[in-house]
Design a protein around this ligand. Sequence first.
Ligand SMILES: [Zn+2]
Ligand SMILES: [Zn+2]
Length: 440
Amino acid sequence: MESIKFKIPKSLRKIIFADLKRSHEYAYERVGFILTRLCESNNDKLILAYDYCAVADEDYIDDENVGARINSNAIRKAMQVAHTQKCGVFHVHLHMHLGKPTESFSDEEGIQPMMASVSRVNLHEDFGYLILSNDSAICKIYSEKKEEFFEPDIYTEIGYPMNLVFAKQVKNKKFSERQKRQTFLGENSNNVFEKINIGIIGYGGGGSHIGQQLAHIGFKNIYVFDDDSFEESNINRLVGAKYSDVKNKTKKTKIAQRSINDILPTANVIKIQKRWQEEPEELHKCDVVVGCVDSFIERQQLEAETRRYLIPLIDIGMDIYKVMDSFSISGQIILSLPGSFCMKCCGFITEDKLAAEAKKYGDIGGNPQVVWSNGVLASNAVGIMVDLILGWSVLEDRRVYLSYDGTRSLLKEHSRLIATPNDCEHFLLSEIGPPRLMEI
Ligand SMILES: [Zn+2]
Ligand SMILES: [Zn+2]
């Protein structure tokens, strides 16, 4: 099914908001232009916002009849940027109220023809406009074919919590018996459960708990990535597996589908029986991804890919190691949110760790794992994910790097988090979307 999504990091939204709120000598309001990249695969479209161009003070026209009128110079500059950066451009202005904005008559009369004509400068990208309110937004994309503007299926602001605006709301759907026990998740939860895609990378000790819980909560679209078949060594921790799966060498994605559909028959489980790297287009469709992978190199690759497509990634992992004569269990939960710190920024992935891992290459994968620690980490990752998407806790701009001491059963904020800056230098917004060839 064709789907169109527009994504913008909250960090960029904040910059835009601050710029547009500045007063102007004679214009009543300000406008600006958001730069976007279009990623297409099959019938799916992702429009990713990565930068912002303010309109220069002198490019406003003194006109008392409208809030803001800009001259042809400002429009020419926007077209120039679309041409040189090979990007899409979205006009943006503010409506200072709460809730989803609606266009005024002058918005439609003024902005729509302007953006339709700007769109001709680059036929490979999408153009349109955004109106931001204090807590929501409306996004309209221009369809060249139909010569009209339409809303993306989902408009997403990436931050904690995420802000999701759906073109079509699930109508008058009452809370099901399942949801009556979790009404605190809010009215929007029905839309979210129906329309959001959750990815699980690795359906083992951690991933299987995630799948099971997503089904209990009511998430309808779950993408499961795993190229492995079930074997006896997995039976100590993969929840939902049966002993017969050993003999049958059942694919782990099949176990995922079976467990999830046993709980939620209407769930749409998309099985990717490959490594995600072989089917990255499927990963790009996910709105949030939970990474349950074994190695640092896997984490690094997954983080790089999710950042490129503005996908929040929740990483979980654990280790059991020998200390003197006893054993110790430790683990972590990290939220890698585009526009915020990454796993390198917080010191979890380091060059030393990557080098040490590369040295003993082939050794990994047989690490000891236990069901109870996997369960603690996975359960908390699900809790964080639900809050990230639905914002039930009202925690704003939360940063997540939790360390798990499985020996003492403690889960607490990692001591390094406080000193971790939010500005990530490893993944730049300007590099989002598929890698591009540089022109010389
Ligand atoms: Zn307006
Ligand atoms: Zn970083």
